[in-house]
Design a protein around this ligand. Structure first.
Ligand SMILES: [Zn+2]
Length: 65
């Protein structure tokens, strides 16, 4: 008996919003806009914002594993 390989959503990327200033990606458009506003104004990143970035979350997942 063959199991159907369920790969429906595996390759479909979640919607991401990129900060044009620092290049980090966010799942939330509002946060991405906040980041872009902060980055263009301060020319640096705000930890409060970048902790929500997909890249930052990935790093956290790796360090916890
Ligand atoms: Zn940014």
């Amino acid at each position: 008996m063959k199991e159907p390989t369920a790969k429906l959503n595996e390759t479909a990327p979640a919607k991401q919003y990129r900060c044009p200033e620092c290049g980090l990606h966010y799942e939330d458009e509002a946060i991405a806009k906040k980041c872009a506003a902060w980055c263009s104004k301060h020319k640096s990143c705000n930890l409060e914002i970048t902790q929500h970035a997909i890249e930052t979350k990935k790093l956290k997942d790796q360090s916890q594993a």
